[in-house]
Design a protein around this ligand. Structure first.
Ligand SMILES: Cc1cc2nc3c(=O)[nH]c(=O)nc-3n(C[C@H](O)[C@H](O)[C@H](O)COP(=O)(O)O)c2cc1C
Length: 264
């Protein structure tokens, strides 16, 4: 499964078959964690941990997650760089899981940290902020169906509301130079499906902005930018992320995040 297929086929999975992931998959995911690339330099730690349900130990997720025994735990520093890095790095692991046929679900809001945090120590300043079950998907529970329906999880905002060409009034064509990579960004998961990301294309440069929706909005943007970057790589294009003071001033209530330029 290539990365575009992985992005297109991924959805959040909240019901699992109750069986721990295989040792081969565990090794592949551990390798993926070690191999993540991070252009933003934030402080993030990603761990994969099996919880022994036989001990009667049930990590509580407000009843939302069924049948998972393996979880990723993310320790994240509290600044913008760490949020971007966490989104960008961990989504690489999420897409790898999808390529292995495993389901995942980013969870930032609806977990009781203490159960997952037991016995964990994090590098200075990092705090357990995200957990993510990983395993073989099972038939969706009723709770999962209701959750997906109430979040409108299968819907995304139209492409022409998110991405612009040259100025903030001209919608970008999905067929243009960065079209495919931004189409893949649009499919990214986001907290409560809020899709805060916005982008303006100027020639060989994409300026990324966001419309703040929640505390997780910058994290969401890191996830979207991972989809964008992986799709650029898939098309054998190279480029780099950078911050600039020259990015066009966005409409009220949008915030500038980062820019990306294709290498010549
Ligand atoms: C940062 C982040 C936090 C999330 N937190 C939760 C959560 O606390 N509980 C939950 O059920 N889903 C959570 N989700 C999953 C989103 O609801 C889901 O990605 C969105 O509805 C889109 O659905 P999809 O992932 O199936 O495409 C989170 C997703 C992200 C990216």
């Amino acid at each position: 499964m290539n990365i575009i297929e992985a992005i297109k086929g991924r959805r959040s999975v909240r019901s699992f078959n109750g069986v721990p992931i295989s040792e081969t998959d565990r090794a592949e995911l551990t390798k993926a964690i070690k191999g993540v690339t991070d252009p933003f330099g934030g402080k993030v730690t990603i761990r994969l941990k099996e919880f022994d349900m036989k001990d009667g130990y049930k990590p509580s997720t407000y009843g939302m997650i069924k049948g998972a025994t393996d979880f990723f735990l993310l320790g994240i520093w509290s600044d913008e760089a760490a949020a971007l890095s966490a989104g960008f790095c961990f989504e690489q692991v999420v897409l790898k899981a999808r390529q292995l046929g495993l389901g995942t679900c980013w969870i930032a809001a609806t977990f009781k940290g203490s159960a997952f945090d037991m016995g964990q120590t994090w590098p200075d300043g990092e705090k357990l902020t995200v957990i993510c079950p990983v395993g073989v998907p099972a038939k969706q529970s009723m709770m999962e169906k209701i959750t997906r329906f109430s979040l409108g999880s299968k819907n995304r905002k139209p492409f022409d509301e998110l991405f612009f060409d040259g100025d903030f009034k001209t919608p970008l064509s999905p067929e243009s130079r960065f079209g495919l990579s931004l189409q893949m960004l649009r499919l990214a998961p986001s907290s409560t499906n809020s899709q805060p990301w916005r982008a303006l294309v100027e020639g060989d440069t994409v300026h990324f902005y966001y419309k703040p929706k929640s505390e997780a909005s910058v994290l969401d943007c890191g996830i979207g930018m991972c989809h964008f970057y992986e799709s650029e790589k898939f098309q054998l294009r190279t480029g780099r992320f950078f911050k600039t003071t020259d990015a066009p001033l966005p409409p009220d209530n949008w915030k500038y995040l980062y820019s990306y330029r294709t290498d010549r």
